[in-house]
Design a protein around this ligand. Structure first.
Ligand SMILES: Nc1ncnc2c1ncn2[C@@H]1O[C@H](COP(=O)(O)OP(=O)(O)O)[C@@H](O)[C@H]1O
Ligand SMILES: [Mg+2]
Length: 148
């Protein structure tokens, strides 16, 4: 499709089965293949329960596929373990459908925004407030939200 564009993500024959009651298996994703190219947006459409969220959780490494490969810039994410898996998580982000469940109501906005940066030592504690303000400005939200 996009011969001149870099391939960002390739999903090759991915199947995910969940064990359910009485020794039965439920096939949530069945032999899924797709490619995502640089600069493009890809929508996955289907009826409720057809496996869209499971596919995304597989890409996020929140589930392990039963079979198949998920390659980010040529590297098979399903083969990563330990520190290499942790580092790979920097490059793929999920925007959850329901922000009231995705955000921890006990944490301040600046702590939520800076937690992943702290995790990868990309911001020092003393600079976290400024960094959070900068991130809010980028999406045109008021800086004073940092302490909410
Ligand atoms: N952790 C799980 N254990 C067992 N079955 C699951 C699990 N997660 C999803 N499923 C089942 O997999 C199928 C696909 O679900 P899902 O990926 O959430 O679909 P969609 O996002 O397209 O609505 C559904 O039948 C769902 O009940
Ligand atoms: Mg879903």
């Amino acid at each position: 499709m996009s011969a001149d564009k870099e391939t960002i993500l390739t999903i090759e024959n991915v199947t995910k089965r969940f064990p359910v009651a009485e020794g039965c298996m439920l096939t949530a994703c069945d032999d899924v293949s797709l490619s995502l190219y640089q600069g493009e947006t890809l929508g996955v459409v289907g009826e409720s329960g057809c496996g869209k969220s499971t596919l995304v959780k597989l890409i996020m490494q929140l589930h392990t596929p039963t079979s198949g490969a998920i390659c980010y810039r040529g590297e098979d994410l399903t083969k990563l373990t330990g520190e290499s898996m942790r580092q790979s998580r920097r490059h793929i982000q999920m925007v959850f459908q329901d922000p009231s469940q995705a955000f921890n109501p006990k944490m301040k906005i600046k702590d939520i925004l800076c937690e992943p940066l702290r995790n990868f030592k990309l911001v020092k504690d003393r600079n976290a407030g400024k960094k959070a303000e900068e991130l809010l400005r980028m999406v045109e939200l008021p800086e004073e939200f940092v302490d909410r």
